[in-house]
Design a protein around this ligand. Structure first.
Ligand code: FAD
Length: 440
């Protein structure tokens, strides 16, 4: 059995890895020059590191399981990490329970309410109940208006941009679950991890294993159309070539589904309502000295052009990055944001100005290089009753499937959720390809 996968991001490659371990052969089509999509890497000359920042949490069991399965368990490094919050023009650590208790922008009552919200949120199992209520209404109802305005609202703005009020309470529930579970219960300290060499190590290994199993990854291969054959099978047209597969799985963002699949296939695979995505614009600085002690600094200040500072070198050993410090300055934005109209040079100037204002003591001569990375379709917005508008993995065509991040209904966007999603999909899919082969 021959299976085509559209999209060689982490989703497409994990899927290819899992399927290639059955009797089926896989071919992945990726339009980029490198594998990995949003998880891909940047070549800095002396070293490569992730194009966008990625971290592994100790609770990422599915992802850690995959890394072990790839034979890379000994390549994972764990480090203590710090989280900060920038508010009222000051930096605060929020890395431990003690830090929260000392957090000056909140009074004692606010802190109790914040603690209660986190505790209450982490105890909820039935996320469906939260789908019909907006994140703002839920947080105010549980933790009070002041705590919302002082703590949650700036955090939501940082994570979701101006559209955060459209999002359901499931978003904050998944956030609380993922991040606060990561504090090791024994020490109440955060630990975070990475794979030596970054995600490139993971993708290189996956590509080697795919080849060993008789499967392949076609880079520089933009899928133009996907059509179903009356005689059976699905044909992929890419760069003026065509290839027919027994089954095809689409993993790219939903706007690409509409652009590539034939009208009759789209009719039976489309979602009920348009899914809106947030994009990301990110300045990446390589410097000779570190800029921040925090892995994540959340910025609650609308005067700053970015909404976070990710101090990758606070986590990653300097021998991984040729003794240079990588810091990312991201801003999550909707498709209509004015930033998309700006050139990379203009964005770089704007963000660098923000860096100098935030760190006035920072010496510009410490900068080794700076660049802007952008991605237009990153995070699907989990609006009210989101699970009712997304496409199903199994479409009405027996040989065409949609498996992508828009289907994360009770998870944040991260690679642990990707592996979890694929493992759930494989339970039925493996059975289907087994039955189909027996029938042939
Ligand atoms: C700034 C940022 C920070 C993040 N931080 C973390 C983190 O700390 N931890 C974590 O676990 N996760 C993190 N993530 C999330 C992680 O990157 C995603 O979960 C993951 O990359 C999603 O992979 P995907 O394959 O679903 O999507 P994508 O990466 O978008 O893959 C889709 C692929 O389809 C390809 N494609 C599209 N159209 C076509 C076509 N017509 N033909 C062929 N190919 C096509 C694209 O080129 C792309 O490679 C972060 C993401 C971002 C952007």
């Amino acid at each position: 059995m021959k299976i085509g996968i559209v999209g060689g991001g982490f989703m497409g490659l994990v899927l290819a890895h899992k399927i290639s371990q059955t009797h089926a052969k896989v071919k992945v089509f990726e339009q980029g020059t490198q594998p990995g999509g949003l998880s891909t890497y940047q070549d800095y000359g002396d070293f490569t590191w992730d194009k966008f920042y990625h971290v592994i949490l100790p609770t990422d069991n599915h992802l850690i399981g995959l890394i072990k399965e790839l034979g890379l368990a000994d390549q994972i490094c764990w480090r203590r990490s710090l989280t900060g919050y920038y508010v009222d023009k000051k930096f605060y650590s929020i890395s431990s329970s003690k830090d929260f208790l000392l957090f000056p922008p909140l009074n004692l009552f606010d802190k109790v309410m914040l603690g209660f919200t986190i505790f209450y949120g982490s105890r909820i199992d039935d996320w469906k109940k939260l789908e019909g209520v907006s994140v703002k209404d839920w947080l105010i109802r549980v933790g009070g208006r002041r705590t919302y305005e002082k703590f949650w609202s700036p955090l939501l703005l940082a994570k979701l941009g101006e559209n955060h009020e459209k999002v359901s309470a499931v978003f904050i529930w998944t956030y609380i679950k993922r991040l606060f579970q990561a504090r090791s219960s024994a020490a109440q300290k955060e630990h975070m991890g990475y794979v030596k060499g970054g995600y490139k190590t993971v993708f290189d290994r996956m590509e080697t294993l795919l080849k060993q199993n008789g499967s392949s990854l076609a880079l520089n291969s933009t899928v133009k159309s996907i059509t179903s054959e009356t005689s059976g099978g699905i044909t992929i047209n890419y760069d003026d070539k065509t290839e027919t597969f027994d089954k095809v799985i689409f993993t790219a963002p939903l706007n690409k589904l509409e652009k590539t699949v034939s009208p009759e296939l789209f009719e039976i695979s489309k979602n009920e309502k348009k899914v809106e995505y947030l994009g990301v614009i990110c300045l990446i600085l390589l410097t000779k000295k570190p800029l921040t002690p925090y892995y994540v600094l959340n910025i609650a200040d609308e005067d700053v052009p970015f909404t976070g500072v990710i101090g990758m070198s606070s986590l990653v050993d300097l021998n991984q990055t040729a003794n240079q410090h990588i810091t990312y300055f991201p801003k999550y934005v909707t498709a209509d944001h004015t930033y998309w109209q700006k050139s990379d040079e203009a964005l770089q100037e704007l963000f660098l100005e923000g860096v100098y204002n935030l760190y006035p003591e920072f010496d510009k001569s410490e900068i080794v290089s700076s660049r802007i990375h952008k991605a237009f379709k990153v995070q699907p917005l989990q609006v009210l009753n989101y699970s009712s508008i997304i496409p199903k993995t199994k479409t009405k065509h027996p040989d065409f499937y949609v498996v992508n991040t828009s289907q994360f209904v009770n998870d944040t966007l991260n690679n642990n959720s990707v592996v979890n999603h694929i493992e759930a999909f494989m339970k039925d899919f493996e059975q289907e390809i087994q039955t189909d082969t027996e029938e042939i």
